[in-house]
Design a protein around this ligand. Sequence first.
Ligand code: GDP
Ligand code: MN
Length: 382
Amino acid sequence: MKIHEYQAKEIFAKYGVPIPPGRVATTPDEVAQIAGEIGKPVVVKAQVHVGGRGKAGGIKLGKTPEEARAAAEQIIGMDIKGLKVEQVLVEAAADIKEEYYIGITTDRAARRNIVMVSAAGGIDIEEVAASTPEKIARLHLDPALGLQDFQIRQLAYDAKLPAAATKGIGPFLKALYKVYVDYDCSLAEINPLVLTGEGTLIAADAKINIDDNALFRHKDLAQYQEAQEEDPIEAEAHKRGLTYVRLEGDIGIIGNGAGLVMTTLDVVQREGGRPANFLDIGGGAKAEVVRTAIDTVLLDKNVKGIFFNIFGGITRGDEVAKGMLDAMSTMDIKVPIVVRLTGTRAAEGLKLLEGSALTPAATMQEGAQKIVGLVNNAGQAA
Ligand code: GDP
Ligand code: MN
């Protein structure tokens, strides 16, 4: 689960991390009011669950309450990477001298949590990691020992932080680690950690992602959950009880079993296609589920073809075929559908499909080639 910057800052504040004074608002009037109360230049920051808000124009300075109002008028309602800005954080603008990065995440390969510190903060840390990885000091943590003082000194030294930052960073890293552990985070990050003109450190941004599997241990976070932003098609699919993940391509994929669907995505990709989604209809799916699956995949208007890959175990081929035929006769389906059916009652299923508009395939590979061919040819003809 992702939470907003202002929510993450509330948590960090409880752990003693200095953050700029401020509040969240939903209207330009409220923003002007808060800016007036703060009585200093403020920064107005879009609260959406994506990074790079600064670059997208979602962060603006306001020297007076009127400037803050004008900034809010631009930011509220704005679209950032497909998310509509409903609320903004208004807080005292930091007097930024330097920007650093500190973060903790799970390093799955090392089976350890990893702490990262960089003097190149503020901008996208992924960019720093890709182009100048040596600018990020890293250290794996032993869960039994936690984060030790000598490790903090090592990180500050490796990151070549200036003396003022080295002196002050200890409490920030300790609080970050404590929050990370206490809240079962998959990521806890302060970027930028700001060194002010006065030589003090302050958290100008905060990001916390919480492991969904641990949410039952954090009833206090339920208040943050209703505000989750989700892809609208994913939300609808989950309402319909389907295991669906939206991807960026144009070939809808439906199969039974997560492993089979994952493999199908890979095989379609290898044949030069771009999967539009992951959809696992599970074991023993009945005709109605098949129909719902097709309907859901077609909610994505990018979909130009569907590949059904069914390996019949407890799922019966004739049931799947009935669902497909029902969908074909009752829905207005304009895209080609390729079907690979094998296993339990596959022969009966394929017989039912004879004479329909569906394209049968004997193997997964053949099916992938056929759907990629059909989708790509349609693209050329159009
Ligand atoms: P992100 O782009 O979504 O990560 O949002 P951040 O909160 O990290 O802000 C991005 C950038 O905006 C920062 O790196 C700063 O350069 C700038 N910024 C954010 N807050 C302030 C502030 O209070 N004062 C000033 N001068 N710049 C700020
Ligand atoms: Mn940031």
